[in-house]
Write a protein that binds this ligand. Sequence first.
Ligand code: HEM
Length: 155
Amino acid sequence: MSDWIAANYDVLRGVHILAIIAWMAGLLYLPRLFAYHTGAAPGSELDVTFQTMEGKLLRIIMNPAMAVAWILGLTLLWHRYNLAGAAVFAQPWLIAKLAGVIFVTGWHHYLALARKAFARGENKKSQKFWRATNELPFLAAIVMVIAVTTEFGSR
Ligand code: HEM
């Protein structure tokens, strides 16, 4: 298994990046839908349309993309662990990367709960909140991508 991962590392890394693209697209788009959704009266035709769009975005794009990103990310990490041993976890770039990963995964789950609140007609957050928080995953992505491409602090 480890040999197979090593032989296909670059392809696995490419598919990891593709999954991240789909996941990030959803993380950036869903709060935008929420921002518009706040203006729709619960039970209205517009409300139902937004509920359908949000549900499909999470179910068809975001959840599978997150799963693939995680599975392949852990596979890449396994390979780095085989090369460098446990010391890889003390590398500043990997700590920064994993902190970003924890943040975006938590944010994904927060958005999934917010979708359920919208579906029950119980959203409490303002349009301003959804607009203001919209860019958070992108800020985390900057940290994560620069961390893996530069491997800063690497010893
Ligand atoms: C979900 C959990 C994730 C894990 C466990 C993980 C882990 C990893 C690991 C170990 C590598 C290999 C570094 C290398 O050997 O080059 C990698 C590559 C990469 N990751 Fe992730 N990652 C995750 C999510 C993300 C996210 C959310 C982003 C961006 C928003 C991201 C962006 C990248 C990029 C751009 C590369 C390629 C770096 C390069 O080729 O130099 N990853 N990831």
